[in-house]
Design a protein around this ligand. Structure first.
Ligand SMILES: [Fe+2]
Length: 297
């Protein structure tokens, strides 16, 4: 039988080489591959706040494009819009950070596309579209221009305002909050035009806003967190976005104090141009009636 004697020094050298190769492979994957691998996810929210006589509604959700970051140029943005349209949703909700600010914290994460360029691409979305803006849209003073450009293309930008929507002859409301860190969110103000008890869906870029919202809303839809961007076995290793909310709001569904929240991990990247274990996503959320407690599938 052959005998293999590996010295301690050689063993450490081999271990170091393997670790280096694994880190390099992971880095290449996280920079070149995963940030471009958009996955379409399907979820169902059954809730007693959706009336029994209402037909189920499908909402297509996309967020945090960060157009201009290394993995999201205008061509990629157009491809995402093609994917959004392919879902055939009854409505589309876009949850902010269309732009990618290039402030100092974002040094490694590319440039940004301009409001007119972004709105031009978004204008190809075929379903009725509602949006809120995020912190990166406002950070460099272009939030007003982006709001105007999106509105000009028929996308309804909500900032402490609401809009009425009709789905198969049945009414509902969508309200949107101003961004938590760059603007002044005001939930009550956003409801000032809501004049009946039709179901209400709330859009808020930052899930921290979930604390401001009462149980009038049947669900709050948020982005901002990017799901952590880099996660191992579903556990994020850091926060690419600043927010005060607990880690439970990082991604997915939360039911808390009679309220429901869904947070999408979004499309683009922030601060570092990496995604690992948190693929970009477009989400189809079907909302339908439940007899008793809400259920998320
Ligand atoms: Fe973001």
């Amino acid at each position: 039988m052959a005998e293999y004697n590996i010295s301690r020094r050689k063993f450490l050298r081999m271990t170091g080489a393997f670790s280096g190769a694994a880190a390099l492979t992971g880095g290449v994957y996280a920079y070149h591959i995963e940030p471009s691998m958009t996955v379409v996810r399907h979820h169902i929210l059954q809730t007693p706040k959706w009336p029994a006589h209402y037909a189920p509604m499908n909402i297509t959700i996309a967020s945090d494009f960060h157009a201009g970051c290394p993995s999201v140029d205008l061509a990629r943005l157009k491809a995402e819009v093609v994917t959004i349209n392919a879902q055939g949703g009854d409505a589309v909700c876009l949850l902010g950070d269309f732009m990618n600010s290039v402030h100092s914290n974002n040094y490694y994460n590319g440039g940004t596309c301009m409001p007119d360029e972004i709105a031009g691409v978004m204008s190809d979305i075929t379903a009725p579209t509602f949006a809120v803006l995020g912190n990166h849209d406002w950070k460099e003073g272009r939030g007003g221009a982006l709001t105007g450009a999106l509105n000009d293309k028929g996308i309804i930008v909500l900032e402490n305002t609401s809009a009425q929507f009709e789905h198969e002859g049945q009414g509902l409301w969508l309200n949107g909050l101003a961004d938590e860190t760059t603007r002044l969110p005001d939930y009550q103000k956003s409801l000032s035009d809501v004049f009946n008890d039709d179901p209400l869906i709330c859009l808020a870029h930052d899930p921290t806003s979930f604390w401001r919202i009462d149980d009038r809303a049947l669900v709050t839809l948020s982005g901002h967190t990017h799901g952590g961007q880099v996660a191992v076995l579903g556990t994020p290793l850091w926060r690419p976005s600043d927010y005060r909310a607990p880690s439970a709001y990082n991604r997915g569904y939360v039911h808390e104090a009679g309220k429901d929240l869904f947070v999408t991990s979004g499309i683009g990247t922030s601060k570092i141009p990496l995604r690992f274990g948190v693929r970009p996503e477009i989400v189809n959320l079907t909302i339908e009636h439940a007899l008793n407690a809400p259920r998320f599938i």
